[in-house]
Write a protein that binds this ligand. Sequence first.
Ligand code: AKG
Ligand code: FE2
Length: 196
Amino acid sequence: MPCLGSKTVQSYSDNLSTLYRIVRRMILESLSLEKYIEEHLSTTYYLLQVMKYKEPQTPVKKLGVHEHTDRNMMTILHQNQIDGLEIQRKDGEWISLRPSQESFIVVIGDSLYAWTNGRVHSANHRVMLSGSQVRYSVGLFSVPKAGYILKTPDELVDAEHPLLFKPFDYAEFLKFYWTEYVKGADSSLKAYCGAL
Ligand SMILES: O=C(O)CCC(=O)C(=O)O
Ligand SMILES: [Fe+2]
């Protein structure tokens, strides 16, 4: 990747985090949970990650990133014009995304899925590569700060929607995740603090 320079990276992250805050506000407003907006924004930090996928030199699709859900709150992705991201629908079918050059893709993570008691879905996704061009993508990962307890608001829990996850500290969950992951055990958020 060409050298971006720290100023460019900083202003890019600033703009993306503004977009993040807009989307987050829209989600909370759609759930009538505006009162939590400030709390959420002040307990979130951002990680900007640049990913480079080598050209696979094959017409047959090759795995770039294994299927997964993001564990954090929300991820905003942008790619160069080389496609590869695939999202799994709830019925199991995989969809290849063809975003325009101006598009940003919002991926909901398990933490927001848990906090909203399943109201927003953290979709399984993966990267599949083909062709002879290098793929770059940039992701802004919004992450809950250590020590902040993510607790599903009472407004989202009722007889029809029983509590899915007990309150959790994301940093503690990550410790659990990596410990279980290396053992090959179930390291999902459900295994850590599932309430059902
Ligand atoms: O490169 C992409 O488009 C997606 C990468 C991704 O899903 C991730 O880093 O979590
Ligand atoms: Fe991801």
